[in-house]
Design a protein around this ligand. Structure first.
Ligand SMILES: Cc1cc2nc3c(=O)[nH]c(=O)nc-3n(C[C@H](O)[C@H](O)[C@H](O)COP(=O)(O)O)c2cc1C
Length: 340
């Protein structure tokens, strides 16, 4: 069968050789100062050798206090660029596009004393209460994302993804469950989107690099965001030329209990794709058949694979053989074709 999943796709100005992209996943393996290690080079290059169309590096902090943990990658200084460049060189040499998730952990930072957030509302009793950001602090953080984007480009990344999901800083602006501000950054959705949209504008004026955005499309909690609530953001991102909306969900409030099953977040990608923006589906997609179904039926434009690629770096070769559309392996591995 000629699949759609393993067909190439133009996303903005980039051509991906297929529609499988490695989801960003923290490795908690950076040096204390956020510098990439040999682990990262091997880990990301292996998935690129495994045939994915794109690799997105884990949440990488734009300021030291924006780290989830001390083992997070950083991009807050020029000293981070050389280590990251080692990764992009290997990923791109293996034929995948290289992306990096630019992140700030906000109130979930375990390294910041105290963490910062739009409002002084802790994530849970186990987390420290954050200090509410002043306008000048907001502007400094937006500029930190710009500097991060510049360094990402200098390190050879083909695109960046802004981490607007999982209860981290950008997400806490977007959700009314974590944003209690009464100024221009809080209240109506137009105001809650402002931090992200302004950041995008600032990046675009200073760096020519394709931008993807990841959101938590559902808070899974009463009074929280739903995919329908995210329609104005999807429309605004489309208007700003954002290339991809990566639709994850949850982790905004501690007591949310989503129903989790294979492909459970696909409906979010499907709903927001109706606005015209390209979307990525992620979350418990492990089977070739489900991934192909999601792409072929037009529910999403790409599939992001997380844990399945940790288990099986060669998923693309196995899945394509299973669907009867075997993607050729690197020439070094040609004597070991996957047979079905
Ligand atoms: C070890 C690990 C680390 C993760 N780190 C990140 C991260 O840095 N940024 C992010 O947006 N999501 C992160 N996630 C979530 C994944 O990107 C993905 O959305 C999630 O695992 C669901 O997809 P899956 O079922 O294919 O694993 C992480 C997940 C795992 C398992």
């Amino acid at each position: 069968m000629k699949t759609k999943l393993f067909e190439s796709i133009e996303i903005g100005k980039l051509t991906f050789k297929n529609r499988v992209v490695m989801a960003p996943m923290c490795m908690y393996s950076a040096q204390e100062d956020g510098i990439a290690t040999d682990w990262h080079v091997t880990h990301y290059a292996s998935r690129a050798v495994g045939g994915v169309g794109g690799v997105i590096l884990e949440a990488t902090a734009v300021v030291p206090d924006g780290r989830i943990s001390a083992g997070d990658l950083g991009i807050w200084s020029d000293g981070h660029v050389a280590g990251l460049r080692r990764i992009t060189e290997q990923v791109k040499a293996a034929g995948a596009k290289a992306g990096i998730q630019l992140a700030h952990a906000g109130r979930k930072s375990t390294t910041a004393k105290p963490p910062v957030a739009p409002s002084a509302v802790p994530f849970s009793a186990e987390y420290e209460s954050p200090s509410a950001l002043s306008i000048s602090e907001i502007e400094e953080l937006q500029q930190a994302f710009v500097e991060g984007a510049k360094r990402a480009k200098a390190a050879g990344f083909d695109f960046i993804e802004l981490h607007g999901a999982h209860g981290y800083l950008i997400n806490t602006f977007l959700s009314p469950l974590s944003n209690e501000r009464t100024d221009q950054y809080g209240g109506a959705i137009e105001n809650r989107m402002r931090f992200l949209l302004e950041t995008i504008d600032l990046i675009k004026t200073e760096v020519d690099i394709p931008i993807w955005v990841r959101i938590s499309a559902a808070d899974h909690a009463p009074g929280g965001m739903t995919p329908d609530d995210y329609v104005p953001l999807a429309e605004a991102l489309l208007a700003k030329g954002i290339d991809m909306l990566d639709c994850s969900s949850g982790a905004v409030v501690a007591d949310a209990v989503p129903a989790v099953y294979p492909g459970y977040q696909v409906p979010y990608a499907e709903r927001l794709r109706q606005t015209g923006i390209r979307t990525g589906a992620v979350g418990l997609i492990t089977s070739a058949a489900l991934a192909e179904e999601v792409i072929r039926s037009g529910r999403a434009d790409i599939i992001l694979l997380g844990r399945e690629l940790l288990r099986q770096p060669y998923w693309v070769y196995h899945a394509s053989a299973e669907l009867g559309d075997a993607v050729p392996m690197p020439k070094q591995y040609e004597r070991a074709p996957v047979r079905r």
